[in-house]
Design a protein around this ligand. Structure first.
Ligand code: NAD
Ligand code: LMR
Length: 332
């Protein structure tokens, strides 16, 4: 018997990540090769944008994906969120020249407040929401705050791209295929304060730190490389990452819905409530998690050395500051 059709909503679907992500969703790569999907594609209610979105719909038809059971293009978030099983939030206000982080937060607070409130009223209580639009962690926090009817555990922000970047750099350093590298961790914010941690990582079953055996490289090359990778891609492409972001979104949703392999963990930015690793409650903080039955669980019991503690605190502080600014803007 075939599975019921799953409805996947993408906000900002006419943008560059949207274009790179749709093949993953429609081919079965993200939700499984036997999972039919219907797409709700939301973008700004502006004629040129909606025309472009309809062009994407035409391409999806022409691609003849057997699993694709319908595409709705809309400029109305209410239509987009109604009936969605998963919402992937790409739509955000981009940082412009001369904009401070606070200005960016201010613009995005408005978007994520409005969309959070709409999710609260029209979306299913079981919807799973992934926020990608930057500043992703705090945008996610705002959406979750504005949607109290939906459990906080149903909200997450994307740090899987940073996680995958860490795996790639370890694989390059050790000259091994990427699939031999596991259990690296991104702690904290999807920003340059994030802490890419390889203390629990393995390469072909051995401790990555021992395989690489180069603390100078780890601290002075690897960590800054991962922290600044997004900016390096913008500098090179004059556009932010899209192909790799789409792959990471697909990996994140795949693992959340279908589970992580036994013994492995991945990075997801999720509700920090519960004093895990001493992180303050009420942030959307990236942790190592494993997933099963559609639920994430923070991996507990990992040893945290003093160097890691300091890095984890620094990124926590940035998230606390962003939250304070966001709450001031929201008047909460
Ligand atoms: P893009 O500018 O190509 O596309 C964004 C789309 O969002 C546009 O089509 C725009 O019209 C739409 N949009 C803006 N406001 C909207 C709203 N209120 N409702 C619906 N749609 C709206 O950008 P992109 O390259 O696709 O990137 C999307 C976001 O993802 C950016 O904020 C980017 O910084 C972020 N990003 C995050 C990560 C991560 O790892 N978390 C990685 C890469 C990019
Ligand atoms: C990335 O990590 O590639 C992006 O978040 C960078 C950005 O600012 O869009």
């Amino acid at each position: 018997m075939s599975k019921p059709v799953m409805t996947v909503c993408i906000t900002g679907a006419a943008g560059q990540i949207g274009y790179a992500l749709l093949p993953h969703l429609c081919s079965g790569k993200t939700f499984g090769p036997d999972q039919p999907v219907k797409l709700h594609l939301l973008d700004l209610n502006i004629e040129g944008v909606q025309t472009a979105l309809n062009g994407v719909k035409m391409e999806l038809e022409d691609a003849t994906y057997p699993l694709l059971k319908g595409v709705v293009c809309t400029g109305d978030a209410k239509v987009a969120f109604t009936g969605a099983d998963a919402v992937i939030m790409l739509g955000a206000f981009p940082r412009k020249d001369g904009m401070e982080r606070k200005d960016l937060l201010e613009k995005n607070c408005g978007i994520f407040k409005e969309q959070g409130e709409l999710l609260n009223t029209v979306a299913s209580k079981t919807v799973k929401v992934l926020v990608v639009g930057n500043p992703a962690n705090t945008n996610c926090l705002i959406a979750a705050e504005c949607a109290p009817n939906i459990p906080r555990e149903n909200f997450s922000a994307l740090t899987r791209l940073d996680h995958n970047r860490a795996i790639a750099q370890l694989a390059i350093k050790a000259s091994v295929p990427v699939e031999q590298v596991q259990n690296s961790i991104i702690w904290g914010n999807h920003s340059s304060t994030q802490y890419p941690d390889i203390n629990a990582a393995t390469i072909n079953g051995k401790k990555a730190k021992e395989v690489v055996n180069n603390d100078e490289w780890y601290k002075n090359e690897f960590i800054p490389c991962i922290q600044k990778r997004g900016a390096a891609i913008i500098a090179a492409r004059k556009l932010s990452s899209a192909l790799s972001a789409a792959q990471a979104i697909s990996d994140h949703m795949h693992d959340w819905f279908l589970g992580t392999p036994a013994g492995q963990f991945v990075s997801m930015a999720v509700d920090s409530t519960g004093n895990k690793y001493g992180v303050a409650d009420g942030l959307i903080y990236s942790f190592p998690v494993s997933c099963s039955n559609g639920k994430w669980t923070i991996k507990e019991g990992l040893e945290i050395d003093d160097f890691s503690k300091e890095k984890m605190k620094a990124t926590e502080q940035e998230l606390t500051d962003e939250k304070k600014t966001a709450m001031e803007i929201l008047g909460k």
